[in-house]
Design a protein around this ligand. Structure first.
Ligand code: NDP
Length: 352
């Protein structure tokens, strides 16, 4: 497998956006962060371009106004003016909004920017043939996209060209990525397919396994006399696991074990290496092939979204997950100590 290309600020020619109209559709988590970054980059590079925000008339629109942007609710008109269109509404909202109001109003040669591969990989957007489609998909929540930009640190991002109508979509993708601050730390060349496979696999195979393992571990240890307080602290409340993940990023997924005791090192490595991974592997493969690549998850999800049952289904899942020993024990601990380890320490200090 060839190493992926990584693009930096110097690879991007921001002047390609000179005189252009950049439209952000949605001013939520990503929309606000990316629009603010873009405006700062235009100012910093002395690039003259116009930024417009399209959002329903509500508190998000008010926030965009307060941030000094021109905000419109006329999606079609704003789209007809735009050279670059950031599609930053939730993934489940995009097909209906794009296919009814955005796609039909786009001018030829305009560029649609997606922040997630989902709708393009599953071909849910009717993008006109004369339009470019590029992806700039930050691997961060919006607040980090903004704070890391402000502190000049940059953030990881996947970039790709999904449809090249003008012949320079790659250069535009890099200029756009630079605009949102994504080439500062290096934007990794990817694709909507790769982004979707990795993202959905983590959500539908890897993290469910982790959630299930924690839930079962909690139940078993509790049945063997361990208290809620001890278990919640050990499993995550102390923030030790969060620190371990930080060390994984700094030193390596396995190498960070050098910070643990010999008992822990032997226990963890010997335990992991003697596990039979084939059970995981065959379940993982099923999820990847049927649920993700063949689109079973997408079809079920779209059906729930269309029939208006999605929110209810998610509520029911939260309700069920709230009944496990871990969730019940955690509630008791949070009620007693507060919702963070810092709060618990604060309470302890108050008593001195
Ligand atoms: P948010 O939920 O934070 O933002 C939603 C925006 O869309 C708000 O402005 C909201 O405004 C608007 N919106 C919601 N429903 C509708 C509707 N029916 N019609 C018109 N506007 C609507 O979304 P995110 O920023 O989280 O996600 C945007 C994109 O970024 C997605 O593709 C997502 O996958 C991607 N992404 C998200 C990341 C994250 O951490 N959140 C990380 C990386 C990528 P209002 O509700 O006021 O109408």
């Amino acid at each position: 497998m060839a190493p992926a290309n990584i693009f930096y600020d110097d690879d991007a020619d921001i002047s390609l956006l000179k005189g252009k109209t950049i439209l952000f559709i949605g001013y939520g988590n990503q929309g606000r962060a990316q629009a603010l970054n873009f405006r700062d980059t235009l100012n910093y590079t002395k690039t003259d371009a116009t930024i417009l925000i399209a959002n329903l008339k509500d508190s998000y629109a008010d926030r965009a106004h307060e941030d000094g942007f021109e905000v419109t609710q006329d999606w079609a008109k704003a789209t007809s003016l735009a050279d670059v269109i950031f599609l930053l509404v939730p993934d489940q909202v995009q097909p209906e909004l794009f296919n009814s109001k955005i796609g039909p109003s786009m001018k030829p040669g305009a560029t649609v920017v997606i922040a997630s591969g989902y709708n393009v990989f599953y071909k849910l957007l009717d993008v006109p043939k004369e339009a470019n489609v590029v992806m700039a998909a930050p691997r961060m929540i919006g607040t980090s996209v903004r704070t890391r930009f402000v502190s000049n640190a940059g953030y990881p991002c996947f970039v790709s060209v999904e449809q090249d109508a003008t012949g320079n979509a790659h250069e535009l993708a890099l200029a756009i990525s630079r605009g949102i601050g994504a080439t500062k730390a290096g934007a990794i060349e990817s694709s909507a397919r790769e982004e979707t496979l990795i993202d959905l696999f983590a959500e539908q195979a890897l993290w469910p396994t982790v959630i299930n393992a924690f839930t079962e571990a909690y139940k078993l240890l509790q049945a063997n006399g361990c208290s809620n307080e001890a278990l919640v602290h050990e499993l995550y409340y102390s923030m030790e696991p969060a620190e371990i993940f930080e060390k994984c990023a700094e030193d390596g997924f396995v190498k960070q074990l050098v910070y643990h005791s010999k008992v822990s090192q032997f226990g963890q490595l010997n335990g992991a290496l003697s596990l039979d991974g084939s059970e995981f592997a065959s379940r993982f493969e099923r999820v990847l092939k049927h649920q993700i690549i063949e689109g079973e998850f997408m079809r079920n999800f779209s059906k729930m979204e269309k029939s208006g049952t999605l929110d209810k289904e998610i509520e029911l899942l939260f309700e069920t997950a709230g009944k496990t020993e871990l969730a019940v024990g955690e509630k008791l601990v949070f009620e007693r100590l507060g919702h963070s380890y810092g709060a618990a320490v604060g309470k302890a200090n108050d008593r001195h």
